[in-house]
Design a protein around this ligand. Structure first.
Ligand code: NAD
Ligand code: ZN
Length: 338
């Protein structure tokens, strides 16, 4: 299956299928710089030989610790020392952390060189498209970054079989987000396909949902690449989600699921059906810290305006939410969790 963007220029193709790696073409570049998740390399060494045999390989350890100025500085300096030109390409192979990190290097090295995304997680169906790349600041997630379109996205679904269950669930969190943004009927169909964690472990019918989510996201980012308006809706669940992720170090998409619950409360929805489903899917409950901790982190959210926290609600309106209202919803969430 091939998706494509529809910008005025600089479009890219998203190849999403089993065996897609065969479609990776780097023949027009003078040097291929592969930044690879070391876990993925260990698990898929043979599959990756078609790339590694042509590349200078930089192995990295995935996760938020990779998305730091320290790791960025180390890797970008190594790449420069080993030789790179404006005709070189960076290939990011791994989940969202590797894509964000390698993409930010590609955006900044020599003022920007081409890069290709080779996503290997479910979550990366979301992160590998749309052109947001970046790393974390000491005081919050994704606060240092750039907009940088990939030249291509090659999504080989054969990678997904080795994902641990916690990472399957994390990626599924973003699929749920896309379904909630689509329609209640879509959420219902998704619930039917993935009623509990055993269904998620099998990954049956996941291909359909990944493609649907990607097509949906591409439409939004094509209309509003730099998040002047519409694209903000993709942050559904992320305002509180990022604060939970940053505090409790749980996988991104699982933190977003916590964020979706708080959003449901702020949207005056009964959260029980959603919460029961999340439990059946295996979402780990989080022992929340006092509200102020998350509040301070939410104050740094990129969507904020004039010092007020902007939340995307379930009906996709973006609203300034007062501290009092947030605290009220947070208390309901905590009481339910206990
Ligand atoms: P990740 O890259 O940290 O990968 C999660 C774990 O899965 C790691 O331990 C990794 O080694 C392992 N892994 C990766 N592929 C594997 C495979 N095929 N088999 C076995 N293990 C594998 O995380 P992620 O969940 O893919 O992405 C999360 C990151 O994405 C966060 O930093 C988040 O901020 C970012 N993100 C970015 C965007 C964007 O638009 N740029 C969107 C959503 C999320
Ligand atoms: Zn996300």
């Amino acid at each position: 299956m091939e998706l494509s963007t529809h910008y005025a220029s600089d479009n890219y193709k998203v190849n999403v299928e089993h065996g897609a790696l065969k479609k990776l073409d780097t023949s027009s570049y003078d040097k291929v710089i592969a930044i690879i998740d070391d876990q993925v390399l260990a698990l898929h060494r043979e599959r990756l030989e078609c790339i590694t045999s042509l590349s200078t390989v930089y192995q990295v350890t995935a996760g938020e610790k990779l998305k730091t100025l320290t790791e960025y500085s180390k890797t970008i300096n190594e790449i420069i020392e080993n030789g790179v030109t404006r005709k070189s390409v960076i290939v990011a192979i791994g989940g969202g952390s590797v894509g964000d990190f390698a993409g930010f290097i590609a955006a900044t090295i020599l003022r920007g060189i081409d890069f290709i995304q080779v996503p290997t997680t479910i979550l990366a169906h979301d992160s590998a498209i749309g052109g947001k790349v970046g790393i974390n600041a000491e005081s919050g997630k994704n606060l240092i970054g750039a907009f940088k379109r990939p030249k291509a996205v090659v999504y080989d679904l054969d990678f997904l079989t080795t994902l641990p269950d916690a990472e399957k669930l994390s990626g599924f969190g973003e699929i749920i987000k896309h379904a909630l943004l689509d329609s209640p009927e879509t959420v219902q169909l998704l619930q039917q396909d993935f009623a509990d964690k055993s269904k998620l472990a099998d990954l049956d019918s996941i291909d359909y949902w990944l493609i649907k989510g990607m097509a949906q996201k591409l439409k939004v980012v094509e209309a509003d690449e730099h998040e002047a308006g519409l694209r903000k809706v993709l942050n559904l669940g992320h305002t509180f989600g990022h604060a939970v992720e940053f505090t409790h170090h749980i996988p991104h998409g699982q933190a977003v699921m916590h964020g979706l619950l708080l959003t449901a409360l702020l949207s005056d929805m009964d959260i029980r059906p959603l919460k029961d489903w999340f439990r059946r899917l295996g979402l780990t409950p989080v022992r929340y810290l006092p509200f102020e901790n998350y509040y301070q982190l939410m104050l740094k959210d990129k969507k904020n305006q004039d010092g007020t926290i902007q939340f995307v609600l379930m009906d996709q309106r973006i609203q300034a939410i007062s501290k009092e209202r947030l605290l009220h919803a947070f208390n309901q969430l905590g009481a339910y969790d206990a």
